[in-house]
Design a protein around this ligand. Structure first.
Ligand code: NAP
Length: 243
């Protein structure tokens, strides 16, 4: 579906200037908000709940550049309400970052049904609900991107482990392929992003990459894929990931 994309030099294209970022309270989402704000882009970034988060501190230091919205992506009514609040806004990029993991040990069959449902609903079903609900807020030549994972690759799963998380990201990838097939011929760039294994609450301190090694490259890769219609499953360096 896509080939390797080289990283562009220079300033961001003007047409990626308005970003809607879902799930930015901490971790990779917070770092994306910071990176895009430093690039001079206008960011609407979401948290869930009413508590103060590190995103609020970032927004205070970037007055006028970061607006904070709220949505829990597992609550369809909250997605619909967010859509209504953004009814007069258009974006060049929608990026759905929110996701969860679970206990990495154990087989899928050993996982409780509640835990399986929690991870699958959050990582596979809910991002697609967000994409479907908010796609009309994205310019026809804009980008819709979702945070996937290298662990979503079926082809590269030769060691197992993290079974439910892997399954949820593989399901996410498949749902985005179905979305892409339904939107074949449209101009939007669709992206499934694998950010690498990164040091966050989810990735843990032993992860291979720091946030600064991943996120600036995620941003460059998204810029390189601008106006590239169709679905691209790529890593943070723009390398195609095997499905
Ligand atoms: P993290 O530090 O655990 O942050 C997860 C983010 O998702 C938080 O902002 C969290 O909000 C939000 N979130 C979770 N459930 C949500 C929901 N139902 N509605 C709205 N927001 C929700 O994880 P991370 O490492 O930054 O990961 C971000 C994304 O990258 C995830 O999709 C993850 O699967 C993916 N990823 C991470 C790695 C890695 O190595 N870190 C590798 C591959 C892919 P709260 O603060 O409210 O919980």
């Amino acid at each position: 579906m896509s080939t390797t994309h080289s990283l562009p030099a220079g300033s961001p294209p003007a047409s990626t200037g308005r970003v809607l970022l879902i799930g930015a309270s901490r971790g990779l989402g917070l770092a994306l908000a910071r990176e895009w704000a430093q690039d001079g882009r206008q960011v609407v970034a979401t948290v869930r709940g009413s508590g103060r988060t590190p995103l609020h501190d970032l927004a205070d230091s970037r007055a006028g550049q970061i607006e904070i919205e709220t949505v829990d992506i597992t609550e369809p009514a909250q997605i619909a309400a967010l859509h209504d609040r953004l009814a007069d806004r258009m974006f060049d990029l929608l990026f759905v970052n929110a996701g969860v993991t679970n206990q990495p040990e154990g087989t899928v069959a050993e996982t409780s049904t509640d835990e399986f449902v929690r991870v699958m609903v959050t990582n596979a079903l809910s991002p697609l609900r967000v994409v479907e609900a908010l796609q009309d807020r994205v310019e026809p030549d804009g980008t819709i991107a979702v945070m996937s994972s290298g662990q979503g690759s079926v082809a590269n799963n030769e060691r197992g482990g993290h079974e439910v998380y892997r399954g949820s990201k593989a399901a996410l990838n498949t749902f985005m392929r179905s979305y892409a097939a339904r939107h074949d011929g449209e101009r939007r760039s669709l992206v499934l992003m694998a950010p690498g294994w990164v040091q966050t609450d989810m990735g843990g301190a032993g992860a291979h990459l720091t946030i600064d090694e991943s996120i600036p490259n995620v941003v460059k890769t998204l810029d390189a894929l601008r106006e590239s219609p169709g679905l691209h499953y790529v890593d943070y360096l723009g390398r195609t990931v095997a499905w």
